[in-house]
Ligand binder design. Structure first.
Ligand SMILES: NC(=O)c1ccc[n+]([C@@H]2O[C@H](COP(=O)([O-])OP(=O)(O)OC[C@H]3O[C@@H](n4cnc5c(N)ncnc54)[C@H](OP(=O)(O)O)[C@@H]3O)[C@@H](O)[C@H]2O)c1
Length: 212
């Protein structure tokens, strides 16, 4: 697939590399191309452009920017470039405040997730929450003694979720679909839980597994 990755941070770079590794075409989007200079050197097949370039390029788009900046970045990407496309939303609504005893602060609440806010503002974009509940280092081809980890996902559009399930399978995850956009109220705070062992004990190598 042609994949546009919005984001020049660890998540954007890791997923951009992962898509290339798995045979997709990638354009990375950023306001700051210099931040992707090393990535571009390491990935001669990948392209770097503006948020709008990446959104236009992608049949599938990945949103991997700071949660507080997500609406602005989507506006910069231009809604018409994203209309009707599946957009993997890997963001978390982390507030600009330090964690308390290892627990991150969010700017959303349990009755409204960031994904729902984005879905409401950008109604013709097919958002699918995924990749937000694990650290970037484990996002592509995760290896755990406990077996294949679970990636919780949700979104309102079934064909878009089918596309994302395919990507998660390819990247080595067991996708578990938790339903519509409201499920992001539960999936986004998994990021808080995932980070606690990191902040308290500097343990960052784990993932969730749903046992049945
Ligand atoms: N780091 C992880 O392991 C991890 C794991 C799961 C989920 N997440 C979530 O994934 C997202 C990306 O995380 P990250 O660690 O890769 O990087 P990040 O530092 O949270 O975000 C970097 C990206 O956000 C954009 N950005 C930041 N501030 C902005 C502003 N004020 N206006 C416009 N754009 C702005 C940057 O734009 P430029 O490209 O123009 O600089 C860059 O593309 C976050 O929502 C994070 O919570 C992170």
């Amino acid at each position: 697939m042609k994949v546009g990755v919005l984001g020049s941070g660890d998540v954007g770079k890791t997923l951009g590399s992962g898509f290339l590794q798995h045979g997709h075409d990638v354009t990375m989007g950023t306001h700051s191309p210099a931040k992707l200079a090393d990535w571009a050197k390491q990935h001669p097949k990948g392209r770097v452009g503006s948020f709008s370039d990446a959104a236009k390029f992608g049949e599938l788009v990945v949103l991997a920017v700071k949660g507080t900046a997500a609406p602005d970045v989507l506006r910069a990407a231009n809604a018409t470039n994203l209309a009707g496309k599946p957009v993997i939303d890997a963001t978390n609504p982390i507030a600009d405040a330090p964690p308390t005893n290892g627990v991150l602060k969010f700017f959303t609440n349990l009755d409204e997730s960031l994904l729902e806010r984005l879905q409401r503002e950008f109604g013709n974009v097919r958002f699918v929450k995924a990749f937000n509940s694990v650290g970037h280092a484990c996002m592509v081809n995760p290896q755990f003694k406990g077996g294949k980890p679970t990636m919780f996902m949700c979104g309102n559009d079934e064909p878009a979720k089918k596309t994302v399930r395919g990507i998660l399978d390819q990247f080595g995850w067991e996708p578990v679909d938790m339903g519509k956009a409201e499920a992001a109220r539960a999936i986004e705070p998994l990021c808080m839980l995932w980070c606690i062992p990191g902040f308290l004990r500097n343990e960052w190598s784990h993932a969730f597994k749903l046992l049945t």
